[in-house]
Ligand binder design. Sequence first.
Ligand code: ATP
Length: 315
Amino acid sequence: MNNVLQLKQLTKTYGDFAAVDQLSLSIKEGEIFGFLGANGAGKSTTIHMIASLIPITKGEIEVLGKNIVKNRRFAKSNIGIVPQEIAIYEDMTAYENVRFFAGLYGLRGALLKSRTEEALAFVGLDDKHRSFPRDFSGGMKRRLNIACAIAHRPKLIIMDEPTVGIDPQSRNYILESVKKLNAMGSTVIYTSHYMEEVEEICTRIAIIDHGKIIAEGTQAQLKSIITDQKTIGIEVRTMEGLNLEKLSGIAGVRSVEANEERREIRVSSDAEVNNLNRILKELLADGMEIRAVEERQPSLETVFLTLTGRSLRDN
Ligand SMILES: Nc1ncnc2c1ncn2[C@@H]1O[C@H](COP(=O)(O)OP(=O)(O)OP(=O)(O)O)[C@@H](O)[C@H]1O
C-alpha cells in the first residue's frame, strides 16, 4: 500500500519551545489513523502544518509522495480538513458554503454543482440547501463543516475533534460518516479526546505527548505494551453487594471498574502479584454470584495513562 502521508522529522518551534518535535510518521492508504494526546500535546499544530495553514520550522511533509511545500496546489487538492473550530459563513446558505469551499479547491461549473449537492446529501443536509447555518444546531453546523471539507473528494481527510460539544445523534452520524468516507476510499486522520471513539473507528493510533510520538500501532499492539499489569473481567449475576473500595484495597490491585450493563467487574493488578483467589473470596463473602472469570486486555485509556502519566479527559 502507498503512503498517503509521510512526516519526516517534522518540527514546529515557537521561540525556544518545540510544539512539534522531530515527529516522523507514515500513514498508508485506507487507514483511519487516530491522533491521541492531551491538550497542548501538539496535535493541532501538526495538523495545521499538514494542511499548510502554518509554516514548517524544520522537517518535511509528503502527501502521496510529493513534498507539500514544493507542490502546494497538489497537496491542497488532495487534503480536506475539518478544523476544530467550525469554519463556515453564517450569512451564506448551506449550499453556498459548500460551493464556496469546493470552489477554493478548484472545482468549477457542472462538477462544482454536482459535488456540492453530493457532499450535502452525504452529511444528511440535502433538504437544507437554502437554510442558513445560524439556524442550525451545533451538530448540523459540524456536518456542514464536514461537507465543506469533502466536496472535492480529497484522498486524505483530517478531522480535528469533530464531535466536541454536539448531541449523541450527530456524534453517531459523524462516526458513521467517517467509516463511510473511508470505505469510499479516503484515508482519514482523526483526533479526539473521546477514547471510545478512537477505539471504535481507528485502525492505527499514535499517542502524542510533548510534540513527540511516544507510541504507535494498532490497538492490540498498543495494549501489548502494558506488560506490567494484568486485567481480569469477572462476570457476576448482579452488581448488588459490590464493594469497590474493598477490592481496591487488595494487595497488587491498581484499578477496579464496574460495568453495570455487562455486569462485569474489571480488576487490573500488578502482573507479578497473584491475588485472584483473594479477589474472588471477597466477592463471594459479599454474597455475589460469579458467572465467569476471563483475562482481559487493558483499555486504551489505561495504555494512555501508563505511557503519559495523565488522563486524556480531565485536563
Ligand atoms: N502560535 C503559538 N505560539 C506559541 N505557542 C503555541 C502557538 N500555537 C500553539 N502553541 C503551543 O504549542 C503546544 C501545542 O499546541 P496544540 O494546539 O498543537 O496542541 P493540541 O494537542 O492540539 O491540543 P488541543 O487538544 O488543546 O488542541 C501548546 O503548548 C500550545 O500552547
